[in-house]
Ligand binder design. Structure first.
Ligand code: GLA
Length: 387
């Protein structure tokens, strides 16, 4: 949808014009999965699609929310902004962010009309919820002149996800949405939040996102279980060595003390995390040297570890990745994001893309009975005001 159409939709919903339009992107993670809440490295990039937010003050001392994907306007009084709505309402994503501003002592004294529209495929694991959180944080930071930097806005989005969506997520998605830069991936240390923007120069190769359209989503229960299993592994390792987080260990160090983890599931989870952190740093080094083949191999190894040790892939993501690996022009392919349903990310040579889409698509349907979708990803910028 064009900005002019969004403005028109705003006028139709509220009877007056918006004062400003903001945008924040979804993300795709190239490598470094389930490492963020373990203090490890991630390597995501912002996408060119995301969530738009249009806003104007109103005179009713109410917040009114309208999503173009939902029929009705949801209206809340200014005294009703600090607790989530029931039934997992979509409004909890922007509301949770506003509640974080209030928690920081910022008063909301005016009413606002808000219209949301997004073009991140829903439920695809490309962080449509982080895009909505970050666009809300960016917009309110601008309107209220609160002066938070982009990292602070990402942290506000993450806190909102914890408190209003019940997902104990790491910082990767909100960070990528806030700090993304066109043509770059973000090499982020999730312990210190130091990051480096690394140019992604892929001559003759594209980033292809394949959507499982699988009904099995990584729900908050399965995700929070993984977070808890990693905590258990860390606690047990701490009985033999002082540690702040799992990501501090190299694979060699881990093998020396892994017997301290008595729970076999927690042991596998920790082994994935330690290996994935090493793969991520290796992949970034390879990319900087222009060794894209080495980068691709690490992507495939990441998927195998997420399948066998972290157990967050499932038959649909496995089918897409495993079928992709069979195509000669595929440099690497792996699941991206939280897992189960959602998407894979693949690096595919330009000339192999039609064959990739045809063969992976057909084999996927044969293996799962579902139809996959394919998008060529463009790496876009982080949150911004667009008018
Ligand atoms: C989800 C979470 C992120 C991260 C990924 C897995 O996208 O929101 O914080 O943990 O899963 O890497």
């Amino acid at each position: 949808m064009e900005t002019s159409e969004l403005k028109q939709a705003f006028r139709q919903a509220y009877g007056h014009a918006p004062e400003a339009v903001y945008f924040s992107p979804g993300r795709v993670n190239l490598i470094g999965e389930h490492t963020d809440y373990n203090g490890g490295y991630v390597f995501p990039c912002a996408l060119s699609f995301g969530t738009y937010l249009l806003i104007a003050r109103n005179d009713n001392r109410q917040l009114r929310f309208k999503s173009l994907n939902m029929p009705q306007i949801i209206t809340l009084g200014l005294d009703r902004l600090t607790t989530p709505l029931p039934d997992n309402s979509w409004v909890n994503y922007p509301l949770g962010v506003i509640a974080q501003f209030i928690k920081k002592g910022i008063q909301i004294v005016d009413g606002y009309d808000i219209l949301i529209w997004g073009n991140v495929p829903a439920g695809a694991g490309l962080s449509s919820s982080a895009a909505l959180e970050v666009v809300t944080a960016y917009a309110f930071n601008d309107i209220l002149h609160t002066g938070f930097d982009r990292t602070a806005l990402a942290l506000i989005g993450q806190a909102s996800e914890h408190e209003f969506a019940g997902v104990n997520c790491g910082i990767m998605d909100q960070f990528a949405s806030a700090q993304g830069k066109k043509g770059h991936a973000i090499f982020l240390n999730c312990d210190t939040l130091q990051f480096e923007l690394v140019p992604v120069k892929l001559s003759g190769i594209k980033i292809v996102i394949s959507n499982t359209h699988s009904p099995h989503k990584l729900d908050s229960g399965a995700y929070n279980d993984r977070v808890a299993q990693c905590r258990l592994a860390l606690e047990q390792l701490r009985t033999v060595r002082p540690l702040n987080n799992l990501a501090q260990l190299t694979e060699e160090e881990f093998t020396k003390i892994e017997n301290a983890i008595t729970d076999p599931v927690a042991h596998r989870r920790a082994r994935h995390v330690v290996g994935e952190v090493q793969r991520t740093t290796g992949a970034v080094e390879a990319l900087k040297k222009g060794d894209i083949l080495a980068f691709g191999k690490l992507m495939c190894a990441s998927h195998v570890s997420l399948r066998d040790d972290y157990e967050v892939t499932g038959p649909e993501l496995d089918a897409l990745a495993e079928e992709a690996w069979k195509i000669p022009g595929v440099i690497g392919s792996r699941m991206t994001g939280g897992g189960f349903g959602g998407c894979t990310v693949s690096l595919v040579k330009d000339e192999a893309i039609p064959e990739f889409i045809e063969k992976v698509g057909a084999a996927y349907t044969e293996r799962t009975g579902l139809k996959a979708d394919f998008y060529i990803a463009e790496i876009g910028d982080g949150a911004c005001k667009i008018g």
